[in-house]
Ligand binder design. Structure first.
Ligand SMILES: Cc1ncc(COP(=O)(O)O)c(C=O)c1O
Length: 398
């Protein structure tokens, strides 16, 4: 077995991070790892400037609506959260109440499915739209699902199981025409494919920092359009206007309570700088070349079923497989133990998409490519899958 770990689980979290991220985080925290906005000392001012600069560069990366809106540019509508899950919970809980309706899809992650299921128990109505066999959600299906009381449409930008990227611009038009607020879960696309919030009429763009944005774990956020409406569900200190008895309504404080994850924001800042320096299109191009190589090789291995529709075109570098005769968990374990190849097995927190693909309850083996993978990594992964498939025990699980 070769020594180097072949990490193909970048959809769970990107690894490794660019050296620049480690360096910036260490240096920043040593120099001014204090609480921004709480005191007027130089260190706190530098920390606050770094936080604002990070809001600004992320707003620009996503072409946030106020960002695109000429002289009204306001990076403060980009708020930081712990991760995408926290952001999605804030929006769902801050917009939906008993009697309201939400439209979402069978492609969603549990960070959308579970909060919605809890809200349904509290009197919210939900409709889950199915994608076609190409993995794409038809915007007209969204339109048909929208009712008079539909407050939100929540769509996963790229599936963390199949890698298919949805046409958010087309869905955005439907939402705008019907008056429902449009939430895009960009956990798998932020930093990986260009996102234009303004062009796509997105009201809330939710991102996580530790995947394609190359930051550390524990940091994410929401970019809120200039017209979106959400109420606060977490209240507390903001460092300003302490005499106010209620939580502040202005951004970013409206959705940020308590001390920010300054170290995480520093890492995210360096991650975005790294992406901008390398170029998002060139990162995506390289990842797509590798996933195409992987897909091509996987389809040629006897006993392997690939569950990734839409093989060319709009997708990110994620694909899922099953190997005949094996439970996906066994395949993942053999790839890890015998070949040093790291994948993610099971339902990947997206049970409904597995129901549709017929891969429930055992799920699949998921490969996800990151910016530091090479063609050699793909070759090692393919020879690992080939070795496992050769040994397969027909009919064991199928
Ligand atoms: C599509 C999708 N949405 C949301 C999430 C949740 O992200 P986080 O765990 O960073 O909150 C993930 C994580 O895998 C995901 O793939």
């Amino acid at each position: 077995m070769q020594d180097k770990v072949i990490y193909l689980d970048n959809a769970a979290t990107s690894f490794p991070k660019p050296d620049a991220v480690h360096e910036f985080m260490g240096n920043f925290y040593r120099r001014c790892g204090v609480n921004p906005g709480r005191t007027g000392c130089d260190m706190a001012i530098e920390a606050e400037e770094m936080v604002l600069a990070t809001r600004t560069k992320l707003s620009a990366l996503f072409n946030a609506s106020l960002w695109a809106n000429g002289d009204k540019k306001d990076p403060n509508r980009l708020v930081f959260t712990q991760n995408a899950t926290a952001g999605l919970n804030m929006i769902l809980n801050g917009t939906l109440g008993s009697g309201d309706h939400v439209v979402t899809t069978h492609l969603e992650h549990n960070s959308v499915i579970r909060p919605i299921n809890h809200l349904v128990k509290a009197g919210v109505n939900a409709t889950f739209v199915k994608p076609g066999s190409d993995g794409l959600v038809d915007p007209e299906e969204i339109r048909s699902a929208i009712r008079g009381n539909t407050k939100l449409v929540v769509v996963n930008h790229a599936s963390n199981v199949t890698g298919v990227v949805q046409d958010i611009a087309a869905i955005g038009v439907v939402c705008k025409q019907s008056g429902a607020q449009f939430v895009v879960d960009a956990a798998q696309t932020a930093g990986v494919v260009p996102i234009d919030m303004w062009e796509s009429d997105v009201d809330f763009l939710v991102f996580t920092g530790h995947k394609g944005l190359m930051g550390p774990t524990g940091i994410g956020g929401i970019c809120v359009s200039d017209t979106a409406e959400v109420t606060t569900t977490v209240w507390g200190g903001t460092g300003v206007k302490s005499a106010e008895p209620y939580h502040l309504q202005e951004y970013p404080f409206r959705l940020e309570a308590g001390t920010l994850n300054v170290l995480g924001i520093a890492g995210l800042s360096a991650g975005v700088d790294w992406i901008n320096a390398v170029g998002i299109n060139s990162i995506h191009r390289q990842e797509m070349e590798l996933i195409e190589l992987l897909l091509q090789g996987l389809t040629e291995i006897d006993g392997v079923t690939v569950y990734s529709p839409c093989q060319s075109g709009n997708r990110v570098a994620i694909c899922s497989i099953c190997v005949s005769g094996y439970d996906p968990t066994e395949v993942g374990m053999f790839l890890d133990v015998d070949h040093n190849v790291i994948t993610r097995t099971g339902l990947q927190c997206a049970p409904l998409v597995h129901d549709l693909m017929g891969t429930s309850p055992r799920g699949t083996v998921r490969f996800s490519v990151g910016p530091f993978n090479t063609a050699n990594d793909i070759e090692v992964a393919l020879s690992g899958v080939e070795a496992v498939a050769r040994e397969r025990r027909p009919g064991k699980h199928n």
